[in-house]
Every structure is written in C-alpha cells, then in structure tokens.
Design a protein around this ligand. Structure first.
Ligand code: GCO
Length: 401
C-alpha cells in the first residue's frame, strides 16, 4: 500500500546524501580457525553450555575477497568487520606483521571497491595470553588494549573509514559475569561485572586516543547493545537498574566521541523480579526474544538524547529462517530510523547484521541473521532476497513504503 505522509514523500522515504548503508561481521563469527582466543577455549569446554565450536566458521579468513566483492556488488557503501587481536598479537608483545598486512589488504580491497572499511578493534574475543591472567579484570588490560590499537592504526590507519573501539562492552560484562553465557562463564558476580564495565570504559578512552593519533583521520566511537527497556506492573526499579548498568554507565562516557554505534534487536520487559519473556502475542525470533523492529527508533532517540553526538546503527537485524520476515523487519526498522532523521536527529548510517549466516556465539550456527546464506560444506555465499532488497535501498538512497 502506498501512503502519502505529511513529510511530502509519496510513499518514498529519502535518506540524506552520504547516509551509509552497510553490513557487518565479526572476526570470530566468520573467519574460522581462531584457536588462540578465550572464545575458542570456552566453546571447547563441555561445561560452558556452548552448542558447538566455531570451527571453520565461514572461512572468511581465506574468502574475505569474496565477502568484500559481495558487499560492493550488492550496492552497499560500507563493510564493518573486526580485526582479531589474538592473530595480531599472538603472545604478549609479539606482533604479527603478516596478520597486520592481512587486515590492511581487506581495508585496501574495500577502498578499491568504493566501500568504507569500518574497523572494530575488539569484538568479544580476547587473546588467550590476556584471558589467562584475568582478561578484562587484569590490572593492565586497558593499556594492553591501547597498545594493540596503536599498533593496528600505525599499520592501516590511513585506510580506515570509521573505527569502533570495543563492540558491546555491556554484553561482554553481562554475559560473562552475570549470566554465565560468555567467557569467563561466571554468574551473579555483580561487583566483577561493574569492574569489567569500568575497565572497558577506560580501554575505550585509551583506544580513542590511540586511534586519533593517526595515521588517518576518521570518526571514532564505541558500539553499544541497546534494547527497548520496558517496565510492566511493578518492574520500574528493575528496568531502571538495568538501564543504568547496561546502557547509561557507558552512554555518559561517550559525549566527546565522534559517534555512538547503536546495536539493537529487541525489547526487554521487566517485572518486579527481573526480566520477563516475550509478551503473549509478540512472536519470538530464533533468538527467543521478541520480534521488535520498533527498537531502532526507540534506541536511536535515547542514544542521541543522552550523548548529544551523531548516531549510527552499527548493527540491527533478525534471526529467522523466513527471509520475507527479514525484509519486513528491515523495512520497519528503516522507517523508524527515518522518523528520527525527520526529527533532526543526526543519524549517519545503518549496518545490517549480518552479511551472511554465521557463528552466533554460545548458540552456534542455528540462528540465521544473514543477508546471504552460507553453505557450510562448500562455503558458497548465496544472497537471499533481503540482500537485494537492502542493496536497492542503498543504491537509490530511498525506501519505498
Ligand atoms: C553483537 C554481536 C553479534 C551478534 C548479534 C546477533 O555485537 O551483538 O556482536 O556478534 O551476532 O548481535 O546476536
């Protein structure tokens, strides 16, 4: 159905010139063979609750050229990926020039195809040498991270389009120290959870400094997992506590950054004793949480409001076998984003999670977030209709609603 709305567009939502439509991956979820980080150890620990090993993942370590070509051929403007610390610094203070060259080649290929390389410096995984001495709880972890960042930027900073310091520090801490689903697999360790939040904030600030010392001149920010947090009857205190611990503690620290990366998927409801499951009548996705594309508009407004800086949706998507549902989800998500732009919120881009079906951490390969399907025997990537839909939106700079 074509609607005319008050903004004057005739069923067509136009995005501003230069708005970045992109897609995202993370090293451990797509590269394969990342045997030197804490996640590999965790996946292979039978008591961790992980359903399977990341194994070869999508073999992107070897097939990254195909990945970059796919992003470009679809008509997207940016590729967000992460560099794997445990490959670049395989043991403390030992640097792999070959690996730095590897990531430099990926950046160069992006630039060569006219797409922006958006580089994430830490996406959940920590080298074994650091996790052995306490990971983010180790006294000098922020300094060790900053030293790694400095090394990376010295090698490829001139090619970086945008940089994200730490991906979802709030998920690293909540999953690792409160819920026990990510390394180090601890539960209800609130004091340690808070300490890790603080360490990652310090690491972020040191990382920003390192990234800003060049070479290169590109926007730098943190990416944060955000949710639409709602209180049901009596759930206000729980909701507010979660908002502080999971979001505001970070958002308040980002006011001097170039942008804040919002990563959002769903809504979280709170009752007097904590989180509630999906509301009856709201369908769960393959992740078990609510199908809730409205989250994009909600979290963009909140992130912009609290930080006062430009916002980028650095991840959004849905885990489903039904690709039509993915198109519907993205359409709603992008419409909400567009309402933010109409309200003068400075939204700079939208990155679909993910380029292809990949390793969804403790849940293994079952959840399907990809714009492209992956054959796990041949590693063939096959674009789904949602990939072409999103590519069209990017090429035209507009969404037909
Ligand atoms: C994240 C995670 C991704 C997940 C995605 C879907 O940054 O949240 O980085 O690694 O795969 O969020 O759950």
């Amino acid at each position: 159905m074509v609607e005319t709305n008050e903004g004057g567009h005739d069923g067509v939502l136009r995005f501003p010139e230069g708005f970045l439509f992109g897609t995202a991956t993370a090293a451990h979820q797509v590269e394969g063979g990342n045997t030197n980080n804490d996640w590999w150890v965790f996946e292979h620990d039978s008591s961790s609750g992980c359903v399977e090993s990341s194994g070869d993942a999508c073999d992107s370590f070897h097939r990254w050229r195909e990945d970059v070509a796919l992003v470009a051929d679809l008509g997207l403007k940016a590729y967000r990926f992460s560099v794997e610390w445990s490959r670049i610094e395989p043991s403390e203070g030992e640097w792999s020039i070959a690996m730095l060259d590897h990531y430099r080649r990926i950046c160069a290929a992006c630039v060569g195809r006219g797409i922006q390389p958006v580089v994430t410096l830490h996406h959940f995984t920590t080298p074994i040498w650091l996790s052995k001495r306490g990971g983010w709880e180790s006294r000098d972890a922020p300094e060790r991270f900053a030293r790694f960042v400095a090394r990376v930027v010295a090698h490829l900073g001139d090619l970086i389009g945008m940089a994200c310091t730490i991906n979802e520090p709030n998920i690293v801490s909540v999953m690792g120290y409160t819920l026990g689903e990510f390394p180090p697999g601890l539960k209800n360790e609130l004091g340690r959870h808070r300490a890790v939040n603080e360490a990652m904030i310090r690491a972020h600030h040191l990382g920003v400094e390192a990234l800003n010392s060049g070479p290169g001149d590109f926007p730098v920010g943190m990416t944060l997992a955000m949710s639409e947090l709602v209180a049901e009857e009596g759930g206000e205190k729980m909701r507010d506590a979660a908002r502080e611990l999971m979001e505001d503690v970070f958002l308040r620290e980002l006011r001097d950054d170039d942008f804040v990366g919002v990563q959002c998927y769903t809504r979280t409801r709170f009752g007097p004793r904590g989180t509630l499951g999906p509301e009856p009548g709201v369908a769960p996705t393959q992740m078990g949480y609510e199908y809730w594309p409205q989250v994009v508009e909600h979290t963009l407004r909140r992130a912009a409001d609290v930080t006062g800086i430009p916002v980028v949706v650095t991840e959004n998507g849905v885990a489903t076998e039904d690709d039509k549902e993915r198109v519907a989800y993205m359409r709603d998500a992008l419409s909400g984003l567009h309402r933010c732009i109409e309200d003068q919120i400075d939204v700079r881009g939208y990155f679909a999670w993910s380029l292809m079906d990949n390793f969804e951490w403790n849940l293994g390969y079952r959840p399907k977030f990809g714009l492209c399907a992956l054959d796990r025997e041949t590693f063939e990537r096959r674009p789904k209709p949602s990939a072409f839909f999103f590519g069209e939106v990017s090429k035209r700079g507009e969404l037909v609603v």
